[in-house]
Ligand binder design. Structure first.
Ligand code: ANZ
Ligand code: ZN
Length: 835
């Protein structure tokens, strides 16, 4: 029966009590198994939480309470990812120092979270902008620097004219615009700090297989890393020496162009080469390139092109022949032309390709346009493959009809080799490595993953702890001088000249070289917003340690994160953190190969109009209002009951009301508690209880919170009808406690218990009682469905057959033939085979 309750009084009373008694205080308790449950920590925005944000936090709260009740020591912490552009932009807009803005926002967020009754141990709160925290971010950077994994680079990088800073590839939308401000990102050559994340690419790929993560996230990471297996092959460059004479040229006879190819089997068909326009060999040979003016113009044009457009397969393939130089195909010995063309990218492979127009679509289009020889070297092994299509053109055809072949499909698979010298007639896949060996090539792999551009020309980030010295080069700030504090500036807006605002503080910039003691200058770039989040989870294990990032004991006790929950960052954060973790593993700081063993990806909550909740649409719902209206418990139940956790679902006020009414029934349930002998409890209630214990436990473990809530609702239906014992009532409260911690605590205490329900044990079930007592299965005759029977799930074949006696319809049909065989699958189907 429904009974109303004063949620405000109940919720604030117990929140205060829990805090006073510190019931969620986390310790390292070697006598208990541990469980580390982690949320992707929020960036504390000025707008505060909307009702979508807590969905993941509620889930981990339920999960961690369940784990605590099942005998685990639980680490369920919360903190703030507070560096980065959004905080800085907010601060600039609202004319407050980013630190002040962050403090205000953190206070707001914390209040909101506290009202939801979360079981965080706030004693372990962290903040990436706290010098005691970023001291260790800087420390990790120094270790990366010492190992040669953090280095300066002068290659062109993504520059966002809107945000006035360099960006990593991961910060771009798929159309190449800035994900923060939408500006078209330019390529700008700039001095940068980059991290060699590629050094860990193979391990990051291999170890994905050991993770309990959603398959689509693993696949996104595989694609982002983008490993290609292939070979590097050297092509000799030639130019007629008589033309060169006494040039003041850097060009050296015998220079080679190294290409990366995934198809060395097509080497004999490489009839020209292409260098990326930015390739260093191009300018190096300017003195022997007779059409240098045209070449230079093309290089300049390329600089203004977006990588997206260069990759666009529908665009016409442009390029310029390097007149005066040729290359030698190391297999066929033929002299072939060398081009520059923007469809070859500087940052992939070696920035140079051997072009095989007969078997590569881009090369084919380019060759057609520039009238370059096309040599067919692979034919289908099984000629049947092409009979539906047009027959493969022969080389002769190709040569004669080049002009008319436009738009034709070419053969790009493996097959029988042709025009390939000693390899003629061989299966191209089988001689792949023999061809590589013959020309002195090397098997290798290349990656789409680029260096991680790790410097930002902005204020609100961790200062990069490096001093530049004229003699020693870049030198790490000594570790005992960490944290290198972010200095105060007058103006924290970007300077616009590509320098960070820190560059304007002479006093800070000018220092002495830690190595030789001469005058040096501090690095003025700061770290990207992804730095702190790449290792923050480790700090929760030992947040106050000023001797180490994390102590060995604490790390060994808590690592790895058992469940990580969030709804963004399939790549980026989850790639960066895995990279740093593996590095810290190599450094002996962490003991596990991976940071996050299990990942649960959540679906978002949309506004009731089906749009994203945003100030812009005016459809934001503040959790504070909901908590005031129906209480935190109802909000928690509602968000978990909305649908499968991973689904994105729109908010509904009706659903919220339903959750509140359920809790009112819970509040009235004690009226159905039977007084007197427990033996009088209806067997149906008992069975239902055991089934519910099993279901709720398994569903929480599996992050199926919606079906757990519905099991609790089914239980209450039975209990209201049949009545329930005192013990059953107490067990039910404990099942519900992780979901509705306040009301359950209230009812538990009014039921005479003295200790918090959240420190009680989760109920256990008896398997026999938790079993389904009956299942309904189909009965078939010769494969045709003829009716149903209801029997015990583990009923024997004989029992199943006997059960059909009660079904006249089946009996009539059975009478029409003679049964020769019976196929019975318990719990599934009973099939009579008749003659
Ligand atoms: C010869 C060849 C013949 C190729 C053939 C393909 C087919 P994925 O799979 O993406 O790794 N390539 C190499 N470096 C490049 C660069 N910097 N810019 C543009 N293209 C580049 O692609 C590898 C293939 O892409 C390589 O194999 C190379 O062309 C080209 F029938 O070499 B291939
Ligand atoms: Zn020096």
């Amino acid at each position: 029966m429904h009974r109303r309750f004063d949620h405000q009084a109940i919720e604030s009373k117990w929140q205060q009590d829990w805090a006073e008694k510190a019931i969620y205080k986390t310790i390292e308790n070697p006598d208990k198994p541990k469980c580390f449950v982690l949320d992707m920590f929020p960036y504390p925005s000025g707008e505060g939480l909307h009702v979508g944000h807590p969905k993941g936090y509620i889930a981990t709260d339920i999960y961690s309470r369940f784990k605590r009740m099942t005998g685990h020591e639980v680490l369920h912490p919360m903190g703030w990812d507070a560096f980065g552009l959004p905080a800085e932009n907010y601060a600039i807009k609202n004319k407050v120092h980013p630190r002040v803005a962050v403090e205000e926002n953190v206070t707001k967020f914390k209040q909101q979270l506290k009202k939801l009754g979360m079981d965080y141990d706030w004693g372990r709160e962290i903040n990436t902008t706290d010098p005691e925290f970023y001291k260790w971010t800087q420390w990790i950077f120094i270790q990366l620097f010492k190992k040669g994994l953090a280095k300066e680079s002068f290659e062109p990088i993504n520059w966002c004219p809107g945000c006035q800073t360099g960006l990593a590839n991961e910060d771009l939308e798929s159309d190449g615009t800035c994900e923060r401000c939408g500006s078209v990102v330019e390529q700008r050559p700039m001095r940068q700090w980059v991290l060699n994340i590629r050094a860990y690419a193979d391990r990051m790929l291999a170890d994905l297989d050991t993770l309990d993560w959603p398959e689509h996230i693993k696949e996104a990471q595989r694609n982002w890393i983008g490993r290609s297996e292939g070979a590097e092959i050297d092509f000799k460059l030639n130019w007629p020496t008589s033309d060169v004479g006494q040039l003041e040229s850097d060009a050296v006879a015998g220079d080679v162009i190294t290409v990366f190819t995934t198809r060395p089997d097509t080497l004999y068909g490489a009839t020209y080469m292409v260098l990326a326009p930015e390739h260093e060999l191009v300018t190096k040979h300017r003195d022997v390139i007779s059409n240098w003016a045209a070449v230079e113009t093309y290089i300049t044009d390329t600089k203004n092109k977006k990588e997206m457009d260069r990759l666009d397969d529908t665009k016409e393939k442009t390029g310029v022949l390097l007149e005066g130089i040729t290359a030698t195909n190391p297999a066929s010995g033929e002299e072939i032309p060398v081009y520059i063309a923007d469809y070859v990218l500087a940052g992939y492979g070696t920035g140079a390709i051997m072009a095989v127009p007969a078997h590569d679509q881009r090369d084919f289009e380019f060759a057609m346009k520039h009238k370059i020889t096309i040599t067919n070297v692979v034919s289908p092994l099984n000629p049947a493959i092409t009979t539906d299509d047009e027959p493969m053109p022969t080389i002769q055809d190709l040569k004669e009809f080049q002009d008319t072949l436009d738009g034709k499909k070419i053969y790009t698979l493996s097959g029988d080799l042709r025009n390939s010298g000693e390899f003629n007639g061989e299966d191209s896949e089988l001689v792949y490595s023999e061809i590589v060996a013959k020309v002195g090539g090397r098997m290798t792999s290349t990656y789409k993953l680029r260096d991680w551009v790790f410097s930002r020309q902005r204020y609100w980030g961790e200062p990069i702890p490096i001093v530049h010295c004229g003699t020693c080069g870049p030198v790490a700030v000594p570790e005992d001088q960490l944290p290198l504090m972010l200095p105060e500036v007058e103006n924290y807006e970007p300077a616009g000249d590509g320098q960070s605002p820190l560059a304007t503080i002479d006093q800070w910039v000018n220092t002495t070289c830690p190595s030789c003691g001469e005058a040096g200058k501090r690095e003025t770039n700061t770290m990207p917003q992804w730095a702190g989040s790449s290792w923050y989870y480790l700090r929760y294990m030992d947040p106050k340690n000023d001797q180490a990032l994390v102590s060995k004991e604490n790390e060994q006790y808590w690592a790895p994160v058992d469940v990580y929950v969030g709804g963004d960052h399939a790549v980026r954060h989850l790639i960066y953190a895995r990279f740093w973790h593996k590095f810290l593993y190599d450094e002996g700081i962490v003991s596990t190969l991976e940071p996050f063993q299990r990942l649960e990806f959540l679906g978002f909550i949309l506004a009731s109009d089906g749009r994203k909740m945003s100030k812009r649409w005016g459809n934001v719902i503040n959790p504070d209002d909901i908590v005031e209206l129906v209480g935190a418990d109802a909000l928690r139940i509602y968000e978990m009951f909305m649908g499968p956790f991973e689904n994105t679902i729109a908010w509904s006020q009706d659903g919220l009301v339903g959750a509140r009414r359920f809790l009112e029934r819970v509040n009235g349930l004690n009226e159905h508690v039977i007084s007197g002998d427990v033996d009088e409890e209806s067997p149906e209630t008992v069975r239902q209880l055991h089934k519910t214990i099993k279901k709720v436990g398994e569903d929480i473990e599996g992050f199926k919170f919606n079906t757990a809530v519905s099991a609790l609702m089914i239980f209450i239906n039975v209990a209201e009808k049949e009545g329930l014992s005192d013990d059953t009532y107490a067990a039910f409260l404990r099942l519900l406690a992780p979901f509705a911690p306040h009301l359950c605590e209230e009812l538990w205490r009014t039921h005479g218990k003295t200790d918090s329900i959240h420190l009680a044990d989760f109920p256990t079930y008896e398997s026999d009682l938790a079993k389904d007592t009956a299942v309904t299965i189909g009965v078939q005759i010769n494969g045709k469905m003829r009716g149903e029977i209801t029997i015990a799930p583990d009923a024997s074949e004989a029992e199943a057959v006997t059960a059909t006696n009660d079904n006249p319809q089946i009996q009539t049909k059975l009478g029409e033939g003679t049964t020769v065989k019976i196929i019975y699958v318990p719990g599934r189907i009973l099939n009579f085979i008749q003659k």
